[in-house]
Design a protein around this ligand. Structure first.
Ligand SMILES: NC(=O)c1ccc[n+]([C@@H]2O[C@H](COP(=O)([O-])OP(=O)(O)OC[C@H]3O[C@@H](n4cnc5c(N)ncnc54)[C@H](OP(=O)(O)O)[C@@H]3O)[C@@H](O)[C@H]2O)c1
Length: 301
């Protein structure tokens, strides 16, 4: 089966906004699965209650799953459950719908999270490294990966990406981190020595496209640029890309924890991703360097 039609679950979000036009540009017919039915070509689903429009399954030669409750919200116990359930259920519901229709995509690609590794200090983290033991996100990412791996049992080529901080000026973490840049102040969380791995949104969209076309892509991949930075230097490069000399006051770790609650683990955790596996697969980055990446995003915003 040649891949012509791509179904993007959760395609209404930030990553989808970059990926959808790219897929269309490349000649794919694209539709999204959305709970609210927004967007041009959109099929309905309700992952929480196990419903997927069967037409969506009949449409798809390939499925890309980007869905999941946004992590950047205050984490109550109920919200943490929602973060995990929305990811495991969406996979389970799609797989059950394919089994019911007896129609499987040629390839299934899924988002995943670099927070799988948890705090890992200065070590370069590779795909074979174990999941982190502390905090909430490592366990949540493991459950997500277990749900995605079930697709392989049905002979579907499956790949999942441990995605780093996605850089875009249209949403996600970057505009929030740079909110105070006009005042030449960029607050550093904790001591600012934690490693931030990141990827330009265009490179992430290209990675999904590359994986769609390249039959050798299967399994788990770190999705990041080859150039992670410690948070303090990450902010310096962002300021420099804006031509601004900024001041970098530290917010002590305990204050960050008071302000953000348990969600502080998303900004205080040190994760330095190795991209050796992607390099070996032949993937090339348009924006491997942070300053150039931010300059490009700035130009487009
Ligand atoms: N952005 C990042 O920096 C980053 C980093 C690491 C990993 N990721 C992962 O990459 C994927 C795409 O990221 P993104 O930034 O594009 O995410 P996003 O903007 O938050 O969009 C994800 C989509 O998921 C759907 N969704 C929201 N809550 C849901 C729920 N409770 N159940 C099922 N679907 C739900 C929404 O679509 P509808 O409302 O149309 O249904 C939404 O448009 C996500 O899985 C995210 O966790 C992102």
């Amino acid at each position: 089966m040649e891949i012509k039609r791509v179904l993007v679950a959760g395609g209404s979000g930030l990553v989808g906004s970059e990926l959808l036009p790219l897929l269309a540009e490349q000649g794919y017919e694209v539709a999204i699965l959305s709970r609210s039915g927004k967007g041009n070509r959109s099929y309905a689903w309700d992952p929480e209650n196990g419903y997927v429009d069967p037409e969506a399954i009949r449409f798809a030669d390939a499925i890309i799953n980007l869905s999941g409750a946004n992590v950047a919200s205050y984490w109550t116990e109920a919200y943490k459950k929602k973060i995990t359930d929305s990811r495991t259920q969406s996979n389970a519901v799609l797989l059950a719908a394919c089994i019911k229709e007896n129609r499987f995509p040629k390839v299934y690609l899924s988002a995943g999270g670099m927070n799988y590794y948890g705090d890992s200090g200065d070590s370069w983290m590779r795909e074979s490294d174990p999941a982190g033991k502390e905090g909430f996100l490592p366990g949540s990412c493991v459950a997500w990966e277990n749900a995605v791996s079930l697709w392989k049992d049905y002979g579907v080529r499956t790949a999942q990406f441990r995605i780093s901080l996605v850089l875009s000026m249209k949403g996600g973490a970057l505009p929030k981190m740079l909110m105070t840049l006009p005042a030449r102040i960029l607050p550093v969380f904790g001591d600012g020595n934690q490693w931030y791995s990141w990827i330009h949104i265009r490179d992430l969209a290209n990675l999904f496209l590359f994986s769609l076309k390249n039959e050798a892509i299967s399994g788990i991949y770190n999705a990041a640029s080859p150039e992670p930075w410690r948070m303090r230097n990450f902010l310096r490069h962002c300021a420099s890309a804006h031509g601004v000399h900024a001041w970098y006051p530290s917010i002590p770790e305990f204050m960050v924890k008071i302000m953000l609650g348990q969600m502080s683990e998303t900004v205080l955790t040190s994760i330095r991703l190795s991209v050796e596996r992607l390099e070996q697969a032949g993937f090339t980055w348009m924006f491997p360097e942070l300053e150039k990446a931010v300059r490009d995003l700035r130009k487009k915003s």
